[in-house]
Write a protein that binds this ligand. Sequence first.
Ligand code: HEC
Ligand code: HEC
Length: 279
Amino acid sequence: MWILWLAGCGSLRDCEEVDISSVSELPERLSDAFSPEALPYEVRFELWSDGAQKRRWLQLPDGAAVDTSRPGDWDFPVGTRLFKEFARGGEPIETRMIERLDSGWTGVSYRWLPDGSDAVALPEGEEDAAGTGHDVPGASLCVACHGGRASFVLGYSAVQVSPEVDLPGDELDQEALGYLHANCSHCHNPDREVGVAGSRCYDPDSDIDFTLPPQADSVEDLPAIVTADRFLGDEDDSFVLHKVSRRNQSALDPSMPPLGTEQVDEDGVDLLTRWISRR
Ligand code: HEC
Ligand code: HEC
């Protein structure tokens, strides 16, 4: 029997409860959900997950296609499934799946069995899975990040997978802005819907926008520059660097991102430091 309601979030914000009853419409085993014909893909800018190795797949219903007419917000047909596997030391721990049902998107993580024969849906999640330090998020937490975009899909997008997208700026601009896009923009964007069940979870409720739009003419016009300028600062006095170079859940000064990571991304901090000090 599935657990239908779970508490939304931890202590950072008071969150509404998230209805995850649609999770019961998903297969209980990964082997019943995943087809060998699923298309593997890679993203241009990765989300930092404390060094986990990740693989991703897209699985469309027969004959269906992604509607890419709106470059910033691709639309996926009902029946679409996407998968993301998390491994540590070469051993898969969990494979997350999101699916577009008739009623909308839903998602759950499948926890791999110790013998590696299959993975089983784990809607309640698991902290410190098998002593690896890796946390498997419960189904109610998926919306804390995925609910931040109308498309629900965060990484199969024009900026992330389309070779035709021509980003503004030089290599350092693109890497830094891509980093902020992948790690921050699912929460920090103005399109985040307010008041929908679950969407208040980890909703920053601020006007910073870290989105890297697929069509942009110049670096100066990008939302991350326009709206986050006061937080970027300079190398010695940058609120963004202060936020990303520590980990805590303190109510007064929480580190960023506040979810999905417990270790500082040293390479990411180094990248942002180089970019901010050059500005
Ligand atoms: C901390 C934020 C966060 C949480 C919590 C989270 N995700 Fe994601 N997820 C992302 C981001 C960002 C991407 C895209 C970047 C990437 O693939 O590295 C992503 C990608 C994915 C993908 C690949 C398709 C896509 O949207 O790009 C799947 C599948 C997925 N997540 C499933 C889940 C499921 C299921 C849960 C809950 C059990 C979950 N995620 C929880 C942030 C999150
Ligand atoms: C899971 C959602 C989430 C993600 C991802 C996230 N943030 Fe935040 N952010 C928040 C929340 C919630 C707050 C408000 C925290 C508070 O003060 O209560 C916040 C606040 C901030 C603030 C302070 C804004 C202010 O008005 O004081 C900055 C700066 C910031 N975040 C930067 C970042 C950066 C940089 C990243 C990526 C490395 C990031 N955030 C990723 C949810 C998120």
